[in-house]
Ligand binder design. Sequence first.
Ligand SMILES: [Zn+2]
Length: 328
Amino acid sequence: MFIVYSDDHRHHFGKYELIDGQFVTPFECPERMDRIMQSIAAVKLGEVVEPQDFGLEPVARVHSPEYINFMRTAHDDWRQAHGNTDAMPICWPNRNLRQIVPQEIDGKLSYYSFDAGTPITAGTWQAITASVNVALTGVDLVQKGHKSVFSACRPPGHHAASDLYGGYCFFNNAAVAAQALLDGGAERIALLDIDYHHGNGSQAIFYDRDDVLYISLHGDPRQEFPYFLGYKEESGREIGEGYNCNFPLPWGTQWPEFKACLDTGLNRIQAYAPDSLVVSLGVDTYEKDPISKFRLKSEHFLEIGDQMKPNKPRSWLNPTYKTQRGPG
Ligand SMILES: [Zn+2]
């Protein structure tokens, strides 16, 4: 299996996030990727390749032009106003407030974000464009006939919607990959999200569509970030009705409960017969993750991978089914 990786992720390294009433060094940091790449090397998962540059056109198939432009200029505008610190929002256009794009950068940050855990730094743009190219290079390899590819995307993406960032995510790498597969001729894509947190951005992007089936297993939003999306009754809208499946699970969830939902989700994917499967592979369901509350052990992640294989344990309906994996 090819592993697509870019060192450019290092350009995004926020100094602070607000969590538990304190400003702390963000948990989403370059060291995360170093650990992943060290493990990939240790188990000899496959050859590591650099991403190609696909430009912004595939990004614009998922994100609005205004949002892309905001991302490109956000830190320059912030630096002019406040100096070279991390750009952070200060309020949000919540209920009883109007959805207006303000002129000044502080207001724009607030308009385009939904949390205080996602600083924009001087190198964020370089890192997020590299990360989305990592995902798109995975798509390219799958389109060239490789059965499966691991796209090591950092920053992650599944919390980012068409014009909204948060939860450490700026461009939705998995959504851009799914859309690129469709644009390359696929008819149906399944997007399986097994990160501990609900992929609110991925759900929102494909909520009224039937050409991407979104399946997510995650911490119950009644207890867990991002709180305001990811409930069981959210099943899609209009022609997308029935193509969004959420499996919210309580704090303390262990492997048997997780596996039961995974089986149900994979059966739904099998019935959908996708041309390809994109996996948002967050591994923060691990029992020792510092900000999550599921109880999966290392061996369970091997089991998850085994369950996803197209011919095992299920007989997949579509023989051209291929996989692509990438965090967030
Ligand atoms: Zn997560």
